[in-house]
Design a binder for this molecule. Sequence first.
Ligand code: R2B
Length: 297
Amino acid sequence: MNINNINTDYLDKVVAGVAEDIWYHFGISSKSPETEKMRSVRAVVMSGSGPRAAYFAGEWSKKSGAEIIRLDKEERFTFCYCGGIIFSSHGMGMPSASIALHELMKMVYFLKRGNLDEIDKVTWIRVGTSGGFGNIEEGGVVVSTEALEMDLHPYRLWHGNKQVWFIGQYPVGVAERIAELGNSIGVHTITGKTLCSHDFYLETMRLDGAIIFDTEASRSDLIAYYYNHGIRNNEMESGVVAGMLNHWGFSKFATICCIIIDRSKGDQVVSTPAELAGYVNNSEQVLFAYLAEIIVG
Ligand code: R2B
């Protein structure tokens, strides 16, 4: 872990009980009694949608026999704790996901009483949906090796008039192991770079938004350009996930996304609800295979 990049001045006061940290968007604080039941957290699983986070917790409860602690406040994020795992939603897009990440990282620091070795043992996994860039069919799964924005540079933010840069790399050993497990259970799983966009329509070169920048030809050219740079899928949160977790120096984290549309074929998600459920189920199976290995095995 990189102690210089962690706001220890503030977080250590919270650990000591001198300050109360209110994790406002989750409706819980460092003084809430629920925290005592979450001290043995070993993984944080994040998904875009709240119902999906709750569903994951339900599945983990069936497998582990552990009870689910579910927080009442759900208008921003859904949060469940079950059997050593926090299951949380992060909403859509990097501004939303960054809020969830700040509060979840602070929570983990508090739960592990600021012990960096214990904090680093926590594995972070985002599981989501994405568009594929050519060599992977709908229902296949991509595990990110690096997250890049549309200019092929990693996540960055403005601080005043300066840009603050983050690192987009994912731990390769984790990504490769997840892909190996995915393939071993019959889900076509590849590793590759992920394009992380700020917009579902324009930045992703769609021609079906309210505003367009592209033509069919420019879209095809751009998809080929990204593919040639190692991009295998596109979603909207992997950049901030890698950026913030790398900043603290976590060693184990991943983004696992199923493909719900082949972007070289079009823009509209035309799969039926049953087909979509099947695609999403593939990423869930890969997730649970990995959780079984790191938590149970
Ligand atoms: C994948 O799906 C969402 C957009 O439909 C977004 O959160 C993402 O990354």
